[in-house]
Design a protein around this ligand. Structure first.
Ligand SMILES: [Zn+2]
Length: 329
């Protein structure tokens, strides 16, 4: 675990005795492990509590405590009292690595979450006002990604306590879908991947192309805008594509940016959907991300007619990509 966390670029501190500090005992097993569970402490200076527990709940209360600074203190390598009962429907979604994480249902039954989840306590009041500094949030993403990577899991094995708890736990106080997207982006790269820091000197991305392009219904089509590769090399970007297409009312146009790696495999951003309108449809697709040294940024779109049997293609009359990018220094 330690090696995986450090390989992911985490600043890890070992609490003395962490390797043998656990709740594991006969009748209280640890493993097999199936996922990672994210918590907030709902307090400050939680180190003693996460290690030793509370009067009604013996410690350790997590496998790691993540400070505001982004430093993780590892507190256990075995069973910890953090998950409590986990709803069976939520657990099934983790096992299936489903993209859909259902609301935890008591009626579905429960499993012992402390057997099968790693737990991270993130120091935060959880009141919605206390911020998660960038260094802390980034470290939480790295912690989850490191364990998912070590076990060969996808980002869908990373869930929040609020997504599994049948006791109405509210933590963590950030959006878990955004969190999983960030974990997935890390997993699409190697553990040593470092998203580029945005320097004070961005370059402007401004591409325009009015070559007509045909979109056949239902077929994802790479859309060149001056070039097929909109950006290449080690850059961070914040880009918006504006596509002008004659998409009738009732139809939809979807778009997304994707990264092509050297070996031809790809990572793709989430799909954005726009509805067809009378006259020209102006569909906009935004994404913020970064590509590695040998990766390319491309755009693709797909057209879905109002009725599935409509096989008439539509035409993109113009496409523009605007934004900023930051080169690796
Ligand atoms: Zn919790």
């Amino acid at each position: 675990m330690l090696a995986a966390l450090r390989a992911e670029g985490l600043d890890v501190v070992e609490h003395p005795g962490w390797r043998t500090h656990s709740r594991t005992a006969p009748g209280r097993p640890w493993g097999p492990v199936h996922g990672v569970l994210i918590h907030h402490t709902a307090g400050r200076s939680s180190a003693a509590t996460v290690w030793g527990g509370r009067s009604n709940l013996p410690g350790p209360l997590a496998h790691g405590l993540l400070a505001k600074s982004g430093v993780v203190t590892v507190t256990s390598a075995g069973r910890a009292n953090h998950a409590g009962p986990v709803a069976k429907n939520a657990f099934a979604a983790v096992l299936a690595e489903s993209a859909k994480h259902p609301r935890p249902s008591v009626a579905s039954g429960t499993v012992d979450g402390n057997t099968c989840f790693y737990g991270l306590e993130i120091e935060n009041l959880g009141d919605g006002a206390d911020p998660y500094p960038d260094a802390q949030y980034d470290a939480a993403v790295r912690w989850a990604a490191a364990l998912c990577r070590a076990h060969g899991w996808s980002a869908h094995s990373a869930v929040g306590h609020k997504e599994t708890s049948v006791e109405g736990k509210p933590d963590p106080s950030f959006d878990m879908h955004d969190f999983r997207r960030a974990v997935a982006e890390r997993l699409a790269h190697g553990p040593d991947w470092n998203p580029l820091e945005e320097s004070d000197m961005p370059s402007t991305l401004g591409l325009y192309d009015d070559t007509p392009r045909t979109l056949r219904p239902g077929a994802w089509t790479t859309l060149p805008v001056e070039h097929t590769d909109l950006l290449s090399g080690a850059v961070a970007y914040d880009a918006l594509a504006l596509v002008t297409v004659k998409a009738p009312v009732g139809s939809t146009v979807q778009g997304r940016f994707f990264h092509v790696r050297e070996d031809g495999t790809r990572w793709q951003s989430g799909i954005v959907e726009r509805a067809g309108t009378t006259g020209d449809t102006f569909a906009d697709f935004g994404h913020k991300g970064s590509i590695g040294k040998k990766e390319k940024l491309r755009l693709e779109v797909v057209y879905y007619p109002a009725t599935p049997d409509d096989e008439e293609p539509v035409t993109v009359s113009a496409a523009r990509v605007r934004g900023l990018y930051w080169k690796a220094s």
